[in-house]
Ligand binder design. Structure first.
Ligand code: DCP
Ligand code: MG
Length: 369
């Protein structure tokens, strides 16, 4: 059963955002594999790839070097955040013509609550979604995929369902069947590692996941287990929060196999730092406290933080702080299963100069010191 009140929620997400902008602004790139991210000769990561590059198995957060192996003809470009921010503002203005209840998740992604406009009528909500898609194409020449449903979780699944240029509606009647046939990896909160654990239990679909009791899921995954229990039943009462104040920006990764080598861990820390930095650059913010999170193979969690007088503004600077934090923690041959990097005590960085950023020494020159 779905809990009331039902809402009308849109989740709007631009297709291959950075790459589509680059193809828009340079017609010779259209129809070609384009990868926006770090240096392919160094150890940077992919921010995003055009659909032509994705066909070769290239995806976000992948090391650029691997992307180059998969797709040797790819054209590598550095991100132009200042252009992406301008587009983001145009899109936000389109959303605001419909509702003030907008929760941005990234420059290209937002939830909109349009319940006050359409009540529970999702067909009317879909018409608004169509209008928004149309206005986005008119004003930016870019395509968005929009999901329409009665809560945030389902709206997000819906927007991903028919990318690119998709419009998917999931009604309360259709939600149970949609969720039952869904591969569990697609459910919010199920990362690769959780999916692998579920697979070991013989669970790969929403239908199979539904067989697990709340208690069993909590036993397996703690608090996240509770969320999974409700999500797989289509229940999510989180409101769209326009004013949510961002307190930190972080990124973490659980490894498919535990890692002991310091050098290997440093490479991963560098990749995480670069992704956190991309996010900071998008938001034009910087942070004064950096936290390293590490989970040992036996699930024990440790964190170490350091605060600085002036904001940390780029990935190489992050790595300079992270390296000694990692060294404090590392114990001979103790395997690590997760690393995370978070920046907090955020400050808006008006002085953040894009040019200076692009000219900072490669993160990877520092990583290999
Ligand atoms: N991004 C990034 N690093 C990631 C994921 C994303 O820098 N690990 C950046 C680049 C993307 C933008 O954020 O263009 C939006 O992220 P999405 O996950 O929405 O990815 P895309 O818009 O590129 O693709 P999709 O069509 O799947 O939405
Ligand atoms: Mg997107």
């Amino acid at each position: 059963m779905t809990t009331r009140p039902l809402r009308a929620i849109l989740h709007s997400d631009l297709d291959a955002f950075y790459a589509s902008v680059e193809q828009r602004d340079n017609p010779s790139l259209r129809g070609k594999p384009v990868i926006v991210g770090g240096d392919p000769q160094g150890r940077g990561v992919v921010a995003t790839a055009s659909y032509e590059a994705r066909a070769f198995g290239v995806h976000s957060a992948q090391p650029c070097r691997l992307a180059l192996q998969l797709c040797p003809d790819a054209i590598f470009l550095r991100p132009r955040f200042e252009v992406y921010r301008v587009i983001s503002r145009i899109i936000q203005a389109i959303y605001r013509q419909h509702t003030p209840l907008i929760e941005p998740l990234a420059l290209d992604e937002a939830y909109l609550d349009i319940t006050s406009l359409v009540g529970e009528d999702l067909a009317a909500a879909a018409q608004i979604a169509r209008n928004i898609k149309h206005a986005i194409v008119e004003q930016t020449e870019l395509h968005a995929s929009i999901g329409v449903s009665f809560n945030k979780m389902l709206a997000k699944l819906a927007s991903a369902h028919q990318k690119p240029d998709g419009l998917t509606v999931i009604t309360p009647e259709a939600a149970p069947a949609f969720l039952e046939t869904l591969h569990i990896g697609k459910i919010f909160g199920v990362g690769d590692v959780t999916a692998a654990r579920l697979k070991d239990l013989g669970i790969t679909t929403g239908k199979a996941l539904k067989q697990l009791s709340l208690e069993r899921l909590q036993e397996l995954f703690g608090k996240r287990g509770t969320v999974l229990y409700y999500f797989v039943r289509g229940e999510d009462d989180r409101p769209v929060e326009p004013e949510r104040e961002r307190k930190s920006v972080g990124k973490e990764t659980t490894f498919e196999r535990d890692i002991t080598e310091r050098e290997e861990l440093l490479v991963i820390l560098g990749q995480l730092a670069e992704q956190v930095w991309n996010r900071l650059a998008e938001l034009e913010i910087a942070g004064k406290t950096i936290t390293l999170k590490l989970r040992w193979h036996d699930f024990q969690l440790v964190t170490r933080s350091i605060s600085t007088a002036s904001p940390i503004q780029d990935a190489p600077a992050m790595l300079r702080y992270l390296r000694p934090l990692l060294d404090q923690l590392l114990v001979e041959n103790r395997p690590v299963r997760l690393l995370g990097v978070t920046l907090s005590h955020l400050v808006s960085s008006q002085e953040l100069n894009q040019r200076e950023h692009l000219e900072t020494p490669s993160l990877w020159e520092l990583a290999s010191e």
